[in-house]
Design a protein around this ligand. Structure first.
Ligand SMILES: Nc1ncnc2c1ncn2[C@@H]1O[C@H](COP(=O)(O)OP(=O)(O)OP(=O)(O)O)[C@@H](O)[C@H]1O
Length: 222
């Protein structure tokens, strides 16, 4: 699903945030990305999201070299990649329904189809009953679930998350990880950047570890 071939990312012409990355993540796999602060986790995810371009090497997603996508194809590519951020980036003046519907509105999906898909996504994250609430009326864990519903509303083949439990306590963090496992179980490829080693250790998925922009360990699920 994801293949990095000799990938490097240099910022500002001299600082190598990522170097010599070679790895693959198979379709249907769930993998964690760990490493110290500044190791390059967010940079790696940004390359897959096409928010940044590699300075070296190439990245294949679903068999396509994403560096060769024409600008006009980028929006279509991004629809296949759901993204969850630590701070969930919800619009505070829109209710939960409209926050989740946003990607579909932008794509021009009909209101009827929007309603169907938004409710299916909210149902999967257990928040169907809160669709009229504003983000501030929800707990941190619930807000993160809305972020996940928005990321999956297009049924992406690939789901990426950057420190999705960064602001949550251990019990809520475990709930959020279970939700990612649910999506993985139905076939979604999942890659999650997290520095929470205690949480990751209990979950038994493949773990890629970065240090100073290099892959220093690739541990299989046990
Ligand atoms: N746009 C940018 N311009 C210049 N340097 C950058 C840029 N983005 C990231 N960096 C640098 O690249 C390195 C890797 O950063 P990155 O955010 O990918 O690490 P990280 O592992 O996600 O860290 P954290 O866990 O603290 O978020 C850091 O030294 C960072 O300062």
């Amino acid at each position: 699903m994801i293949a990095f071939e000799h990938v490097g990312k240099r910022y500002g012409g001299r600082f190598d945030a990522l170097a010599g990355l070679d790895f693959t993540v198979e379709r249907g796999e769930m993998a964690f990305l760990t490493g110290h602060s500044g190791a390059g986790k967010s940079s790696l995810l940004k390359l897959i999201m096409l928010l940044e371009r590699p300075s070296r090497g190439r990245i294949l997603v679903a068999g396509h070299d994403i560096g060769r996508l024409h600008v006009s194809q980028v929006p279509y590519y991004r629809r296949q990649v759901g993204v969850v951020f630590q701070d969930h980036q919800l619009l505070s003046d829109r209710n939960i329904f409209h926050n989740v519907a946003l990607p579909l509105m932008i794509q021009g999906v009909t209101p009827r189809e929007q309603a169907r898909r938004v409710r299916a996504a909210l149902d999967k994250v257990g928040l169907l009953h809160r669709e009229k609430a504003l983000p501030v009326e929800l707990s941190g864990g619930e807000q993160q679930r809305v972020g996940i519903a928005r990321a999956v509303v297009n049924k992406p083949a690939l789901l990426l998350a950057d420190e999705p439990t960064g602001n949550l306590d251990p019990a809520l963090s475990a709930d959020i990880m279970r939700l990612f496992e649910d999506f993985n179980r139905i076939g979604t490829t999942v890659m999650i950047a997290s520095h929470d080693l205690a949480l990751i250790a209990g979950l038994h998925h493949r773990t890629l570890e970065l240090a100073d922009g290099r892959l220093i360990a690739d541990k299989d699920a046990r």
